[in-house]
Structure formats: C-alpha cells, structure tokens
Design a protein around this ligand. Structure first.
Ligand SMILES: [Zn+2]
Ligand SMILES: [Zn+2]
Length: 285
C-alpha cells in the first residue's frame, strides 16, 4: 500500500494522510491478496485479517472485540500479516472473480487454465467470503458447456441417421441424450459436493483447517476445471474420464494445501480418500 502521489509506504499509520506529501488515502481504495493484511484497531491494537474480496475486511464495519469501539476498516492501522512481505500483499485477481469487468467468456477460459495449471495462485487469490457462490457458478457453467459440447456430435449423428433412414427426426434419441446431459450435470455438481464434504470431514478428524466447510466446498468446485476434457467430442466422454478425474484430484489437493493451510500429507489424504475408495469398490465388483 503506497501513496498514489509519492510512493511512500503507508503501513503502520493511524493518520489518513501520507506523511511525506500530505495526500489523503483510505485502505478501501487499495486491493490486497487474501489474508495478506493485518488490520489493527487504532485504540487497542486488536488484530483482524482481510478475508474478503480484494483482501478487505468482512464486514467492513463492526465493534472492536478488544475495546468495543465502533470501527470502519478505513480507520484501521494496516500491516502486512506475519511472514508476508510487502510485495506478497500486492493484489493479483483470479480471472473468475472480476468476470463482469474482463468479460465472461475470456474469464471462464482463463479460469479453466488456472484450475488445471495454477491451483496455487487460485487458492491464494480466491476470496473466502462469498467464494462458494462464485466457485459453484464456475462449476455449473463448466458442466453445462462441457457436456453440451461433448454430446453435440451425438446429436448431429442422430439427426443425420434419422434423415438417412427416413424415419422421423430421431426425437426419442434426442430426448435420451437430453436426459443423459441433465444427469451428467447433476452427477458432476452433486458428486463434487459429496467429495467436498468427505474431504472436509477428514480434515476435521485429522486436526482441523484454517477455514470452515464452505471454503473446502468452494475449492472443490474450483478443481472441476479438468472436467473440460470430457467435452472433447465423441471419444471424450469415455476416454478422458480417468485423466480428468486424476487431474482434478491433483488440483484439489494443491488447492486444499494452499487454501486451507494444512500439511501436504493431510491435503492429499483428505482429497484422495473418497475417489480411491470408490475406485476400490468398483474394481472389486
Ligand atoms: Zn505521498
Ligand atoms: Zn479496539
């Protein structure tokens, strides 16, 4: 957080003017990485962490738990959190969060890339507060568009076949395809929900996590990116399922490691337990 006029660092100040050039500032005009900022009460020094969008406090107005003073985040003294350098507080937004500004389609495509290749940055930049809703909308659009693309070739084939055979429009086949499509979307989203619940339960049993269940669920939906492999036409639905699931498991483990601040062993164990159990049961049948 630097003065907009002279670049003077504005940390550890209760005054709201730059000490160097006198330009006024407000912390809410700046954006920070999630959890990177310590907000201190100017009266009693009580510390709060910025877990909201742009690393801001949520709510931004409240009564101090230390001294009961009514505080707004703009009145507080800001410092980088322990173990965080000033550079690491600088904001890098995740593509999906600012989709209204950057455009939905490019945000969606970039988000799939982040889910598959940059889970660390995703876990660090994605907000805790309100994150689950954003993550669910990403996963929903992913399953709908992915499965539509994946099944479109079948729809065209059915139509062509029915014309060639001269019998109707293949309406029953299309209806069957539609049912399969809806089932796929529901299974994908419900499956991720169950997977997230089991993962969080195992995190709880093995010693807890930094954030509550909604964070683990949000990270699970963010790990859905590799499922776009299922949209590769024709062969995709059959051939790429193991690859997509394995990729999602790796992404989810990394997301949990950075997003819930647990050890590598615990994040891998919690994420892999359910899919491996299902694999064993299916293999035994
Ligand atoms: Zn200044
Ligand atoms: Zn206080």
């Amino acid at each position: 957080m630097r003065c907009r006029q002279c670049e003077y660092p504005l940390w550890n100040l209760s005054a709201r003017q730059c000490p160097e050039c006198g330009t006024p500032f407000a912390p809410s005009e700046y954006e920070f990485m999630l959890n990177s900022i310590k907000y201190c009460c100017p009266d009693c020094g009580q510390q709060y962490y910025g877990t909201g969008k742009n690393g801001h406090l949520v709510p931004d107005e409240f009564d101090c738990v230390g001294c009961k003073r009514h505080l707004h985040m703009d009145e507080m003294v800001l410092l980088p959190a322990e173990g965080v350098s000033e550079r690491q507080t600088e904001f890098h937004s995740t593509p999906w969060i600012d989709r209204s500004r950057r455009g939905y389609i490019s945000s969606w495509i970039r988000m799939i890339g982040w889910s598959m290749a940059r889970p660390k940055q995703l876990a660090e930049g994605f907000p805790v507060e309100g994150g689950l809703g954003h993550a669910f909308k990403f996963a929903l659009s992913l399953w709908v568009i992915g499965l539509l693309l994946g099944s479109s070739i079948f729809a065209v084939l059915f139509l062509l076949l029915s014309f060639n055979l001269g019998g109707g429009f293949g309406i029953y086949e299309l209806y069957g395809l539609f049912i399969a499509l809806i089932s796929g979307i529901v299974i994908g989203l419900l499956g991720t929900l169950v997977w997230g619940c089991v993962t969080h339960l195992l995190l709880m049993i093995s010693g807890g996590s930094l954030h509550p269940l909604n964070r683990t669920l949000a990270l699970g939906y963010l790990a859905n990116g590799p499922m776009i492999l299922l949209s590769i036409p024709c062969i995709g639905v059959y051939c790429f399922v193991p690859v997509a699931v394995a990729w999602a498991m790796i992404s989810y483990s990394i997301l949990i490691f950075y997003g819930q601040k647990v050890s590598a062993i615990r994040s891998i164990f919690s994420v892999l337990a359910l899919p491996l159990l299902i694999g064993l049961v299916v293999g035994a049948l």
